[in-house]
Design a protein around this ligand. Structure first.
Ligand SMILES: Nc1ncnc2c1ncn2[C@@H]1O[C@H](COP(=O)(O)OP(=O)(O)OP(=O)(O)O)[C@@H](O)[C@H]1O
Ligand SMILES: C[C@@](O)(CCOP(=O)(O)O)CC(=O)O
Length: 438
């Protein structure tokens, strides 16, 4: 049996929350060292089967028999009554994409999923390791273990898409090849949207695939226009093939990385904010308050762009005193002040939405926490990532700064996550590194 392994990173949307849903706005998405992994093995078989095992979550297993409907579309059917829409939609899309190329070849595919500890609360878990990797094992099924908000479903879909695509493409599946990444991205976006039942901005799947990026979304019509095979009797694979391979998705995913000497620190505060409800409330506030709401978005966007530009300037600067200025709480340089002011402009306007829209984008407790964080030495700036709410904070600090070890009572409710910014998205991993975890 062939055996290969892949991984994809979690994400933090540092600037661009809500605005990223509109293709006209840019966002700054950081990929994280917390990764999801897939280990895939397959052989040709009489019966088409895909088995996915996520042993860390009480040995969760999903086993699909793949059959064809009247229109010859591949339909995965779970045989033990277990449901995981993200797994099912990924299998559905990858298999139908390759339907024509694969002719009638049937496979028996087995995929193991491994998830780095950053994605879920470690409470009540035990670690298992070999000399290469350590993973946390939970007593509960995946849906019962609290998440930290790093985008586990997007990473899962991305590594599963990689695993299944590698079955079909063999040696041509090279994750250093941009067209391979584009194909995985396109198929993973489709599967993720279908599993979520909505077309989000897709920044999480884009970061899982391409790594840390400036992101501007694709048009939601691309996915909305795919046929719904429950309503229309049609060959789905034809439309999907065009969308996966021959369509220009027209989205931005330009590589970025944090400036030298700086690092990202993420703090998990308390899970509980529901992104879908928050997005609905912010959209309602926006519609009810036009044209003023557009001005608020405009100011947030100005802040986003100022932040992106100041990080770009920092990436190019030769000024060696800047890190000391941050460490000594003596920030004088224009570019550092600009980066701070940009985030303040974004936060100020998110607080307007919070108040007027009655939606906790930057609730008072988070405002107080972030303001306290800004007073610590070594801190350049701090924000609520993504949709905001009570979930998390993101802090950009100097490499020497050890804020995550602080005993200051302001961090009483904060659990710092053991992760860092990473440049790359999908990586090919060594399949043996996942064996004999004890
Ligand atoms: N390790 C895993 N094994 C199997 N399924 C997983 C795994 N991680 C995530 N999933 C799937 O993803 C679902 C969680 O997706 P959901 O969109 O609710 O959270 P998320 O992507 O982590 O959200 P956020 O963007 O807020 O971080 C799980 O219920 C499960 O179906
Ligand atoms: C509010 C939104 O812009 C970001 C949500 O980000 P997160 O899942 O909170 O990291 C929604 C989206 O982009 O799909």
């Amino acid at each position: 049996m062939n055996k290969r392994a892949f991984s994809a990173p979690g994400k933090a949307l540092l600037v661009g929350g809500y605005l990223v849903l509109d293709p006209k706005y840019q966002s700054y998405v950081v990929a994280l060292s917390s990764r999801m992994h897939s280990v895939v093995q397959f052989k040709e078989s009489e019966q088409f089967k895909v088995k996915v095992l996520s042993a860390q979550f009480d040995n969760d297993t999903w086993e699909y028999l793949v059959e064809k409907d009247e229109q010859e579309n591949f339909i995965p059917k779970e045989i033990n009554g277990k449901n995981n829409p993200f797994v099912e939609k990924t299998i559905f899309n990858v298999l139908n994409y390759f339907k024509h190329a694969s002719k009638d070849t049937k496979y028996d595919v087995s995929i193991e999923i491994f998830s780095d500890s950053g994605f879920h609360s470690k409470d009540e878990s035990v670690t298992k390791s070999n000399d290469k990797k350590t993973f946390n094992f939970h007593k509960k099924t995946i849906t019962k273990v609290p998440k930290t908000g790093l985008g586990s479903s997007a990473c899962l879909v991305t590594v599963l898409t990689s695993a299944l695509t590698s079955v079909y493409l063999g040696d041509e599946f090279d994750v250093k090849n941009e067209s391979v990444l584009s194909l995985v991205h396109n198929l993973a976006q489709v599967a993720h949207c279908q599993a979520q039942g909505k077309v989000g901005s897709g920044f999480d799947v884009a970061a899982a695939t391409f790594g840390s990026i400036l992101y501007q979304r694709f048009s939601p019509d691309l996915i909305n226009e795919l046929p719904n095979i429950k309503e229309v009797k049609t060959d789905y694979s034809e439309s999907l093939y065009k969308l996966g391979k021959d369509t220009n998705w027209n989205f931005t995913h330009k590589r970025i990385h944090l400036p030298k000497g700086l690092k990202l620190v993420m703090g998990d505060v308390k899970s509980g904010s529901e992104t879908t409800k928050m997005v609905a409330k912010v959209k309602k506030w926006y519609q009810d308050n036009l044209p003023r709401s557009e001005e608020v978005y405009h100011k947030i966007n100005q802040g986003n762009i100022k932040f992106i530009e100041s990080l770009d300037t920092l990436n190019k600067t030769k000024d060696t005193t800047l890190i000391d200025q941050i460490d000594n709480k003596d920030i004088e340089s224009d570019v550092l002040l600009e980066a701070r002011a940009a985030i303040e402009q974004i936060r100020e306007n998110f607080r307007i939405i919070t108040k007027e829209g009655d939606v906790d984008v930057e609730p008072l407790v988070q405002t107080e926490l972030l303001n306290n964080v800004l007073n610590q030495s070594g801190v350049l700036t701090a924000m609520i990532p993504g949709a905001g709410g009570y979930d998390a904070i993101a802090i950009i600090v100097t490499e020497n700064c050890e804020i995550q070890k602080s005993n200051d009572e302001i961090f009483e409710k904060v659990t710092f996550l053991d992760l860092k910014q990473e440049d790359l998205g999908i990586l090919e991993e060594h399949p043996d590194y996942y064996e004999n975890l004890l």
